[in-house]
Design a protein. Structure first.
Length: 122
C-alpha cells in the first residue's frame, strides 16, 4: 500500500483478529507522517479458535462489523488496511517470476504476464 501522499492525509486502519474479539483502529496519516487515531470498532470474534481462522465467512463477517463501527466512529471511510494476524496456520514462501515486457514504454498492461504462464510463476 502506498502511504506517501502529496499534501493530503490518508485514512488507514489496523485490524487485529483475535480469538475473543476483532479490533479495528482508524487513523489519519498526515503528510508530515504523523498518525492521529480518530476511530475504533470492536466485534466479538467469530470463526476463530485459538488464534486460527477456522471459518473464513464467519471471521470475515466479524471484521466487517468492526470495520463499519470504526468508520462510523471516525466519520470517515478507510482507504487502506493493515492486518495483524498470527498463528501456526500461517506460512510464508518466496516466489520468483519473470515477465518479458513488450511495450517500448516498459508498461505492463492487463493480460500481460503475471499469470500461470509467466516463467517461474505460480
Amino acid at each position: 500500500m502506498k502511504l506517501k501522499s502529496k499534501g493530503r492525509s490518508r485514512i488507514i486502519a489496523a485490524v487485529d483478529i483475535g480469538t475473543a474479539k476483532v479490533d479495528v483502529v482508524v487513523g489519519e496519516l498526515s503528510a508530515g507522517r504523523s498518525l492521529n487515531i480518530i476511530g475504533h470498532g470492536v466485534c466479538a470474534s467469530r470463526g476463530v479458535v485459538k488464534g486460527s481462522v477456522v471459518d473464513l465467512p464467519e471471521a470475515s463477517g466479524a471484521v466487517h462489523v468492526a470495520l463499519e463501527e470504526a468508520e462510523r466512529s471516525a466519520r470517515r471511510k478507510v482507504e487502506g488496511i493493515f492486518l495483524a494476524q498470527s498463528g501456526r496456520h500461517l506460512a510464508g514462501f518466496y516466489n520468483y517470476a519473470e515477465v518479458a515486457v513488450v511495450s517500448a514504454a516498459n508498461i505492463v498492461g492487463e493480460g500481460e504476464g503475471g499469470g500461470r504462464g509467466a516463467r517461474g510463476g505460480a
